[in-house]
Design a protein around this ligand. Structure first.
Ligand code: NAD
Length: 365
């Protein structure tokens, strides 16, 4: 049995329009968009008019005081994710939050504590987990047809010109939490971990090659997974031929994803070894299929979870694992040390801030 969940969007900038469009297009009967929040009155009014909303507020506190809600959808800059999430959870209203979920592990753990004391749940947007081809790969791994993973590659090679960073919150540790590792590569990295499972240690470098930001514009990481497999990850905002790629080399096949900001079934390919080709190709031709990655796909799964009184995806434990890997990439890059899962505890400067003890380059902004 499905019901309609009352939702408000907080922050009405670029991504909020996509959220509202996706809700309307993919799950119109499962969510009712009842209100929006933005301190920028012009943006708020334009958003209300475009999506036919009667009510808007300047702050999330006004929203929570005046509306009966099941969920707030946080589309604010990263600096406002933690305070917004904690305010909603304390009011026992569920939260779905754009990436990155928090500026640091310290802030994330405060959100987790608020969720633990709340009757409502916290979930992070990671829309590329939810395409049917990623699900099929996860199922094929579980069935054993792919054998074991040996090697993975995960590249987010995007291009963001200098003008992109004119927006006040971008390119600063205090408001964005990091550069392409935290803000862009997080999509691919989280999708990778959803397939290959937990990570155990990382060595990394980060660089500010070109942009006048305080954050990095490139990072590279070599990650050992709990399974024993290894993965190489590159995140760049300096790559004119843009691509988002995941490559997985299993015992019986290479599986590849090649897309930019979202994929369908056809963006994936499988290349089996000859002796396993029949079994691999049969499984690859099976279900599920037809679901592209995207916010609509994740919102449908969130609605299913709310209907079943389960925790919506992507929930605290998995979201933290990804954020911890990002913190570990920065910690390794800025200290030159190998960082293991669990190393970044509250005594580490990288628990408090993603730039931890400081970057090797001077602040510019
Ligand atoms: N999942 C994705 O594919 C994807 C894509 C783009 C952006 N994002 C994420 O979405 C978030 C927003 O990005 P954007 O590009 O839409 O930013 P934006 O700057 O275009 O919009 C942010 C909006 O939030 C408003 N705002 C600021 N502080 C607020 C507060 N305290 N309460 C309410 N509103 C507030 C601003 O006035 C602005 O209108 C970021 O975390 C970003 O990383 C995700």
């Amino acid at each position: 049995m499905t019901s309609t969940h009352r939702l408000a969007i907080v922050g009405t900038g670029g991504i909020a329009h996509l959220h509202a469009d996706e809700l309307r297009k993919h799950v119109p009967d499962r969510f009712e968009l009842v209100a929006a929040v933005d301190p920028d009155q012009g943006r708020l009014d334009a958003f209300k008019e475009k999506f036919g909303l009667a009510r808007g507020y300047a702050t999330i506190e006004d929203l929570l005081a005046n509306e009966e809600l099941d969920l707030v959808d946080l589309c604010t800059p990263p600096v406002a994710h933690g305070p917004g999430a904690i305010a909603a959870l304390e009011a026992n209203v569920g939260v779905v939050c754009e990436k990155p979920p928090a500026l640091s592990l310290e802030e994330f753990d405060r959100i987790a504590a608020a969720a633990a004391s709340s009757t409502a749940d916290f979930a992070v947007i990671s829309q590329h987990r939810f395409g049917s081809a990623a699900e099929r790969v996860r199922n094929m791994m579980a069935s054993g047809v792919l054998g074991r993973l040996a090697v993975a590659k995960c590249d987010t090679l995007w291009f963001r010109p200098e003008e992109y960073f004119a927006v006040e919150w971008r390119g600063r540790w205090e408001t964005e939490g990091g550069g392409p590792t935290m803000g862009h590569g997080i999509h691919q990295i989280d999708t990778l971990l959803s397939i290959v499972g937990p990570w155990s240690e990382v060595v990394a470098t980060a660089h500010r090659h070109r942009r006048t930001t305080n954050t990095e514009d490139v990072s590279h990481a070599i990650v050992t997974l709990e399974s024993g497999a290894s993965a190489v990850i590159t995140n760049s905002l300096l790559s004119p031929r843009e691509v988002s790629q995941i490559r997985l080399d299993f015992d019986t096949a290479t599986v590849e994803l090649d897309h930019l900001y979202g994929y369908g079934d056809d963006d994936w390919s499988v290349h089996p070894i000859a002796s396993a080709a029949a079994d691999v190709n049969l499984a690859w031709a099976g279900e599920p299929r037809g679901q592209a990655s995207g916010h609509g796909a994740q919102f449908a799964r969130i609605a299913d979870a709310l209907d079943g009184r389960a925790t919506p995806p992507v929930a605290i434990e998995e979201a933290r694992r990804t954020l911890e890997l990002l913190a570990a990439i920065y910690a390794s890059a800025f200290t030159g040390e190998r960082v293991r899962a669990g190393d970044i505890d509250p005594t580490s400067p990288f628990y408090q801030r993603m730039d931890g003890s400081g970057t090797p380059w001077p602040d510019l902004k």
